[in-house]
Design a protein around this ligand. Structure first.
Ligand code: ATP
Ligand code: ATP
Ligand code: MG
Ligand code: MG
Ligand code: MG
Ligand code: MG
Length: 256
């Protein structure tokens, strides 16, 4: 005890590494389910897209949005991943990277576990799911838009691939055969060949989910709550094209 009392806390602290995110840049935290290929099979997710699982992800994203409402301006989710965009002026945890990632990912994960039964009432959670997270800073709105486009293109390509894959599997091919016949294939052509009515798939599957705060006349909708402190506009989830400029020019306050 004597010796421990003699340890200089500043000396011990000096080993800590405080990764600070560059000021005045967009911060993006992306989380992704760990081994969800397995998790989804074990919990009987419908293939290729289980809407209960996507709605649960969206519900957790809205919870994160509300918990960190001063800092997060937009979020985009697909499959087992979600990206949260923090405004350039955010000073959450003095922009300490480890604090930001761990706080977002653990809040999302515990919400996922708490709300599981609301979305999967017939299926018990068989083991504790986990998510990993990373953070990236984007120095301009243009590059941030490119990031979001990249995720939505990924959603589209994966969804095309998975639609073909599961069509092949449900029509009797083994997974290996299905994989083989899609190797290097032109997905658009395959979709036609297999008679998949791609445009009839739910928009959530094709576009992914976008989360943002509803605004009126470019001003947040303020609502008085019980303590009569200022609240932000209602958080909404939409399935929209975020690659083109239409959405962004109609919502100029989001990425200003
Ligand atoms: P890693 O730990 O490296 O992320 P992973 O198994 O989670 O591995 P991902 O590339 O993240 O791999 O892919 C997630 C997988 O989870 C998908 O390929 C799909 O099998 C499954 N999955 C996630 N969400 C859904 C959903 N809503 N419906 C059906 N399957 C889903
Ligand atoms: P921060 O978010 O900055 O960590 P905090 O409220 O979690 O804020 P800590 O310095 O981490 O502050 O302290 C944790 C606090 O949680 C303790 O001060 C104590 O009040 C409470 N606490 C944690 N574990 C216990 C426990 N086993 N029994 C009673 N109180 C506890
Ligand atoms: Mg991963
Ligand atoms: Mg994953
Ligand atoms: Mg993933
Ligand atoms: Mg604490």
């Amino acid at each position: 005890v004597e010796e421990i009392n003699n340890v200089n806390p500043e000396y011990v602290r000096s080993f800590e590494f405080d990764a600070k995110l560059m000021p005045s840049t967009w911060i993006v935290v992306r989380l992704d389910g760990c081994h969800f290929h397995r998790f989804s099979e074990l919990h009987g997710f419908l293939k290729p897209n289980d809407d209960r699982a996507l709605n649960l992800m969206n519900s957790c994203a809205v919870a994160v949005f509300e918990e960190f409402q001063r800092d997060i301006v937009f979020a985009y989710g697909v499959s087992d991943e979600y990206s949260f965009i923090f405004k350039k002026t955010s000073n959450l945890y003095q922009r300490r990277a480890h604090k930001i990632i761990s706080a977002i990912v653990s809040f999302f994960t515990s919400t996922y576990v708490m709300r599981w039964k609301d979305f999967f009432p017939q299926c018990e959670l068989k083991y504790p799911p986990s998510f990993d997270g990373r953070v990236v800073c984007y120095p301009s709105t243009e590059i941030l838009r490119d990031y979001l486009s990249w995720r939505q293109v990924d959603c589209h390509i994966n969804n095309q691939y998975n639609s073909c894959f599961w069509k092949l599997v449900t029509s009797g091919k083994s997974k290996r055969e299905a994989q083989h016949s899609l190797k290097g294939a032109q997905l658009q052509k395959k979709i036609e060949e297999l008679g998949i009515d791609y445009n009839e798939l739910p928009v959530m599957f094709r576009q992914g989910s976008s989360v943002y705060r509803d605004m009126v006349d470019n001003v947040p909708i303020h609502q008085e709550n019980e303590e009569s402190s200022v609240r932000y506009g209602k958080v909404i989830v939409e399935y929209i094209d975020i690659i083109g400029s239409t959405f962004w020019s109609e919502h100029p306050y989001l990425l200003h």
